[in-house]
Ligand binder design. Structure first.
Ligand code: FEO
Length: 386
């Protein structure tokens, strides 16, 4: 992106947020996040989405610079979540001639967020409708539940640009030097993961389009090797494993269950398992562990018993897996309990509510610390996981 230009007529108006502590009040973003907004300059000028209220000052400055005295005709709203829609009212007040382009669902949500009545200034669009800006023509593509019900994307056919809303987005500011897939995958599974079926439907529609550039609402504009990014979305949204490997996620109170997890990792590595990742659910970023659960084809849950159930961070991990539609995987179980081990039973029950999850036997039981018998069981589990 040179001089904040995507093409000669499409400009970047968004901004990075490196001061945010938690995105959506739940995800750590060590390298920040970007709120992307774009401006299409033509006979009519369209602003494609806004930014979070946190970034309002920079956004309006960017708009003024790009508009260079001209006035915007449209604000196209793909998504009502406040990280993009927080400034709609201020925009509509600042540019009183502008119309807001929304679908019917987004229109009905406007009064939930804003006091300004925008009905008379709305252009309401539906699937396949076109908005002619001059040479540029936007076609609207409904993408419900990717990842809110009102989400829509816009395809600009002259320059072959897909404005993809949150799809193909990632955590990390635009200048973060990092691999796209890692933070895009963490973003996808934690934020959009539940809605694989809807993402598949969207990819089906997108396959009919000739796309040269993808402009998402977070992260870099994608303009090369688009098959790579679309391929990743195909895998992720179908819940198929992306890589061969074993995630061992453990919940340990005093460290003994953690030791068993490390022992199992050692056994698996000795058996030549390509990739083994060990994560401490009490301390590691759980969003990253969720990402790995979907990334690899096998997982082992190791947890201590607590309050006649399972240690809380494992309980929370299982609840997240379920809500994100975890499925199609082989899962091993290691439980620990000093007097009445219950963790295995609870974990099994949770997993039984997920689609196509196969429990890999044996379920390993440790009583307080590993001994000869439990080490033997771990070896059998390692063997069965290879
Ligand atoms: Fe980036 Fe769903 O908001």
């Amino acid at each position: 992106m040179k001089n904040n230009k995507i093409t000669d007529t499409i400009h970047y108006a968004g901004t990075d947020d490196k001061a945010i502590d938690l995105f959506e009040s739940q995800y750590i973003v060590p390298k920040g996040v970007s709120y992307n907004s774009y401006v299409i300059l033509d006979e009519k000028i369209a602003v494609m989405d806004g930014v979070d209220e946190r970034a309002e000052e920079v956004w309006f400055q960017n708009l003024e610079r790009i508009l260079d005295g001209k006035k915007p005709d449209y604000l196209v709203v793909s998504h009502m979540e406040p990280d993009h829609a927080g400034n709609i009212q201020k925009f509509m007040e600042k540019y009183p001639q502008a119309q807001i382009v929304v679908n019917a669902k987004a229109l009905s949500m406007l009064p939930q967020f804003f006091t300004l009545d925008m009905n008379a200034r709305s252009v309401v669009v539906k699937e396949g409708d076109e908005l002619v800006l001059g040479k540029h023509v936007l076609t609207f593509i409904m993408a419900p539940m990717v990842h809110w019900p009102e989400v829509m994307m816009s395809y600009e056919k002259t320059e072959k640009v897909l404005f993809s809303a949150d799809a193909f987005g990632k955590f990390g500011a635009l200048d973060a030097e990092e691999d796209w897939a890692c933070e895009a995958r963490r973003y996808y599974f934690n934020i959009v993961g539940k809605y694989g079926m809807q993402v598949q439907a969207l990819l089906q529609k997108a396959s009919a389009l000739d796309i040269r550039i993808i402009c998402p609402l977070h992260g870099p504009v994608l303009s090369e090797d688009l098959a790579y990014y679309i391929g990743k979305y195909q895998i992720w949204s179908s819940y198929e494993p992306e890589d061969k490997g074993v995630l061992i996620a453990y919940a340990s109170i005093h460290g003994n269950t953690g030791k068993a997890a490390e022992k199992l990792a050692e056994l698996l590595r000795a058996k030549g398992v390509e990739k083994v990742v060990v994560s401490d659910l009490a301390r590691d970023d759980m969003a990253e562990v969720i990402e790995d659960a979907f990334r690899y084809d096998r997982m082992v849950l190791a947890a201590a018993t607590y309050d006649a159930g399972v240690f809380p961070c494992m309980d929370s991990f299982l609840a997240r897996l379920k809500s994100k539609n975890y499925q199609k995987r082989r899962v091993g179980i290691v439980e620990n309990g000093s007097w009445a081990p219950m963790a295995g039973k609870v974990m099994k029950e949770s997993l039984s509510q997920m689609k196509e999850v196969t429990i890999v036997e044996p379920v390993v039981t440790i009583k307080s610390t590993m001994n000869g018998a439990s080490e033997e069981q771990l070896a059998l589990l390692a063997e069965a996981l290879v």
